[in-house]
Design a binder for this molecule. Sequence first.
Ligand code: SF4
Length: 297
Amino acid sequence: MNELLNNCNLCPKNCGINRNRGELGFCKAGNKLKIAKYYLHEWEEGPITGNNGSGTIFFSNCNLKCIFCQNYYISTEGNGREVTEEEFANMCIELQESGATNINLVTPTHYVPLIIDGLKLAKKKGLTIPIVYNTSSYENVSTIKLLEGLIDIYLPDLKYYSDEYAKKYSKVKDYFKYASLAIEEMYRQVGKCTFDKKGNLKKGVIVRHLLLPGMENDSKKILKYLYDTYKDNIYISIMNQYTPLKDFKYKELNKKIESRVYDEVIDYAWNIGIRNAYTQEEGTQSESFIPDFKKES
Ligand code: SF4
């Protein structure tokens, strides 16, 4: 799998560089897995968290780098530790032995070939809990196809409907096109959501949408698109936890989501027929919900 890094076109940035010869593309990821933190995370959607927490592995670097990123210390600054596929497999087993509901791979896109090798190794060592692929969705379908049969749960974002916002906040002009095609492929692979007896998700797709200040009309277009396309076969997680972590040049990003606006979007979802949704309580807009990546796991 590592040979895919010889001419890296894993994501729509299509850098075409040789990561095995030390060349770096937009994401700045090399040819080794780099991990910032792994632990039992208790603040995912209920059926992902389960009783003991989701066995979350945060990868360093990112192929999108949104300006408002809540994890910029690892995504943009690239902090973390390089590990072998064997060490990654051992982390998965350690999380499973700690009671993790699943293995939750956060921002994995730029490491897919290495993750595939690592997961195969982990399965040989006895990994049986579901594997979650947790992504910005700025993905090439060809890369998602490589994961067929290995991923049980897809947890993709759908950030923007309008290319105008994608260009402004993530500096890509074609986010919706790539993200919507990637989600179609994810759904093709795993189908309708199914749960175990404890109510934990076993298989399926939960699409996350984080409201951003001033973008409620774009949020509504996303909800309409998802419901028209997938009806109740997927779940939609409508999130209000946006937290400005610095003073942005785009002034609208310097505030949190008003509860009036969040309620309006939730009402809209209900009115168009969405029933399979997760929402967040007021009070989740706190920096304490952002993992401390400077602390060791
Ligand atoms: S994964 Fe990284 S190097 Fe490869 S195409 Fe995407 S941004 Fe470029």
